[in-house]
Design a protein around this ligand. Structure first.
Ligand code: GLY
Length: 377
């Protein structure tokens, strides 16, 4: 068995998948190829009309491809391809794109190519990889995250974009892309992740010399704090870099971050807050961190020895049980499944709301447990 879990957990995952399927089938009929983000009063609006290059615009396509793979129902593939085509114009908007090309094209064109061998989709994926590669900064060895004039930062989130380059390297035969991805992962080991298993969100570099100028708090509570979604990106991202390269330091880093995450989550009975180093009150949850960490822990469990796997699968299940017991909306008339996701700590409208990537990672985790998932990353 891929995950060493009890039969009753498989049954539980089947029940949750049945609920998810009812909900996503209705959402697919309602929204088709729109680009959902945060529903307002139970309904998504189309981010593609407002902000085509927004980093979350492809998670819905990733969900559609997962559903297509799991159910073989054509409507999911049709809507995913429709979304991918809408995104074509974004590939031409070089000045508006940031480093999140992985989040945007792994879930669309690359998934399409991997599942249906569509050559045009492969070309789009390689184009996206080339744009990401062009953001590499040799002074500092990192992919520049955003385009703020006069400023250059690397962020922990980018670990999830690196698989676009690992895939692109294999498909194009260009080893440089994999080497750049590894240079960025090595930089993250050195200056983003901390030795105690926690992580910075942002590292600001001098643009000319690569000297480190600052490590601001970013979307977490503040400088030196411990933003939980960033930790989940680190667990999953480092496990993926290990998968594609076999470099032991990446696996060790994924484990260190996982141990830190699990210890903190367990202290609160697996309710995950936005930041593990923030005041006890007020309590702000972030279930996107919980479900993304669960996927990262499941991926990690696939790369460790037989007697180590449960260290990661058991907490992954605890996180998923908690989210589905307390924080899911199963009403098929309303959009969005996971509730209480938080995009950032210090903005009220971004706290404790349903967010599309929470739903993506819940779906991926449940399909993983059923061995019906498809690796988007
Ligand atoms: N990648 C941005 C975020 O996690 O909010």
């Amino acid at each position: 068995m891929r995950y060493d879990i009890e039969e009753k957990e498989v049954k539980w995952a089947e029940n949750i998948f049945n609920l998810i399927e009812k909900k996503l089938s209705a959402e697919c009929d309602r929204i088709g190829s729109q680009m959902p983000y945060i529903p307002v009063e139970g309904h998504y609006h189309d981010m593609g009309k407002e902000h085509l290059t927004w980093w979350t615009n492809s998670f819905w396509a990733g969900m559609l491809w997962q559903m297509y793979y799991a159910t073989k129902e054509g409507k999911y593939a049709d809507s995913a391809i429709g979304l991918e085509n809408r995104l074509d114009r974004a590939l031409e908007e070089y000045d508006h794109l940031d480093h999140d090309l992985g989040f945007m094209w792994l879930h669309t064109a690359v998934a399409h190519f991997r599942l249906l061998k569509d050559e045009e989709a492969k070309r789009k994926g390689l184009h996206a990889a080339a744009i990401l590669a062009s953001r590499f900064q040799p002074a500092g060895n990192y992919f520049r995250a955003w385009n703020t004039p006069g400023e250059s930062v690397a962020i922990v989130d980018c670990l999830m974009n690196l698989p676009l380059l690992y895939w692109g390297s294999e498909e194009s035969g260009n080893p440089a892309w994999k080497q750049l991805a590894m240079a960025h992962a090595d930089m993250a080991l050195e200056v983003i992740l901390r030795p105690d298993g926690s992580s910075n969100h942002i590292v600001k570099f001098h643009q000319e010399t690569g000297e480190i100028l600052e490590k601001p708090g970013g979307q977490g509570y503040g400088e030196g704090s411990s933003w939980t979604r960033g930790l989940s990106w680190a667990i999953y991202g480092m496990a993926l870099s290990y998968k594609y390269t076999g470099k032991q330091e990446y696996l060790d880093a994924a484990k260190r971050t996982a141990h830190y995450f699990i210890a903190n989550a367990a202290a609160d009975d697996y309710d995950v807050v936005i930041d593990f180093r923030a005041p006890m009150e007020p309590v702000y949850y972030d279930n996107t961190a919980a479900v993304c960490a669960a996927c990262g822990l499941l991926e990690l469990s696939e790369h460790v020895g037989e007697y180590e796997k449960r260290l990661y699968t058991v907490p992954a299940l605890r996180l998923l049980h908690k989210v589905t017991e307390r924080f899911c909306n199963w009403n098929v008339e309303e959009d969005g499944i996971t509730t209480a996701g938080s995009a950032r700590y210090h903005r009220e409208e971004d706290r404790e709301v349903p967010i599309i990537y929470g739903d993506y990672f819940l779906l991926e985790a449940v399909l993983r447990l059923l061995n019906r998932d498809f690796l988007i990353w």
